[in-house]
Write a protein that binds this ligand. Structure first.
Ligand code: G6P
Length: 366
């Protein structure tokens, strides 16, 4: 098994490092053939009235993150549901709905059940999935394959960033097809997007040590908070989920703006706060979240880019620097940082990283 890990201590770490390739392969084989992958005519695409995303766990966070860029680039309203909730709630049968199920395995019972419901409602269906021939891909009208290869670690990493890349490509494609993005914008976003593997590589190279060093200072704490806004809010949720999954610690993710409406009550010097704060239009807001939590004694770990670091500098307990990128793409880069954080904390706590207690790679019962 050690050989299969390619010299890495755990599959999870190996899979974190595989992300630039996983995303590159997903882009090469998926996004570039978007029209054929998507299988809808230009007219059908113009007629989409609503996108309904259904997924579980980490895949749900990819869906929630994509809401921000799909809505902005394509103008289509996006609703995101946990598959287990979608299945049992009343769903108005909005004509022109495209249901997108996101799943690494394609065998998650809740997601399959929700997909069945969407089909029964007469919605067009798309699966974003990593396994050829899985149940979900056989049910869906069309499939966008993420090409991240076999993911062994129970805690999902490279499947997550591949799903995000697929959804981002889809957003740009839909936006252009619907005339919301003009050719210049389409070109700009596509170019930025195809730089993603390289940005991920830089992120991995430049953050691993900083995260590890910070983890050593705080791994004995029992509660952690993750904050982010816009597309980085679901990444905060994902950071908290990863930490719960593999280190069994209490962690919560919140939108940066919500902290003052309740969660700030739990902040003290024993609750480290992880703030995802790229230097975008919401930076000032995240800066206040840093100040408000630091004022309550929290050790603030800020994840930001070069420009953000100049401002946050000495105000925070620790800084982790990611490359500069458009605000939506920083969410995908920050995903890597929160994965590293969960990994190093769990390793310092000597947890069973690849096989966490009580969890299964794919949950095939409802
Ligand atoms: C399980 C796994 C999670 C995963 C979720 C959805 O709970 O432990 O890591 O995110 O299922 O799995 P899927 O294969 O549908 O993406």
């Amino acid at each position: 098994a050690q050989a299969e890990k390619g010299g890495y201590k755990h599959f999870m770490l190996k899979e974190i490092y595989e992300q630039p390739d996983a995303v590159a392969d997903t882009l090469r084989f998926g996004v570039e053939d978007m029209p054929s992958v998507f299988g809808m005519s230009g007219k059908q695409i113009k007629n989409i009235k609503k996108i309904q995303i259904i997924a579980c766990g980490t895949a749900y966070h990819a869906g929630l993150c994509s809401k921000y860029f799909i809505e902005e680039y394509s103008g289509i309203p996006v609703e995101v549901d946990y598959a287990s909730e979608y299945k049992y709630r009343f769903v108005p049968s909005t004509p022109g709905t495209l249901a997108i199920a996101v799943s690494q395995s394609g065998e998650t019972a809740d997601t399959i059940a929700a997909m069945k419901k969407a089909k029964e409602a007469g919605f067009k269906t798309l699966a974003i999935c990593n396994v050829l021939g899985s149940t979900l891909t056989r049910m869906a009208d069309h499939t966008f394959f993420t090409r991240c290869g076999l993911e062994i670690s129970v805690a999902s990493t490279k499947a997550f960033t591949s799903q995000l890349a697929a959804l981002y490509g889809l957003a740009v494609f839909l936006g252009f097809q619907r005339g919301v993005l003009n050719s210049a914008q389409f070109k700009k976003y596509s170019t930025e997007f195809f730089a993603l593997p390289r940005l991920l590589e830089n992120t991995i190279k430049n953050t691993a040590e900083a995260v590890k060093k910070t983890a050593k200072k705080i791994y004995k704490e029992k509660t952690f908070v993750f904050l982010g806004r816009s597309a980085n809010y679901p990444i905060a949720l994902e950071g908290a989920l990863k930490l719960k999954e593999i280190s069994y610690l209490h962690a919560e993710g919140f939108p940066g703006g919500e902290i003052k409406h309740g969660p700030i009550a739990i902040i003290d010097s024993h609750v480290p706060v992880f703030v995802l704060a790229p230097k975008d239009n919401l930076f000032e807001k995240m800066l206040s979240a840093c100040e408000e939590t630091a004022a309550r004694g929290a050790k603030v770990i800020a994840v930001t880019d070069k420009k953000g670091a100049e401002i946050l500098g000495k105000k925070v307990f620790a800084l982790v620097k990611i490359p500069e990128a458009n605000s939506f793409l920083t969410a995908i880069l920050n995903a890597v940082v929160v994965q590293f954080f969960a990994y190093y904390i769990a390793d310092l706590r000597k947890c069973e990283i690849d096989q966490p207690r009580n969890l299964a790679k794919s949950v095939t019962v409802e």
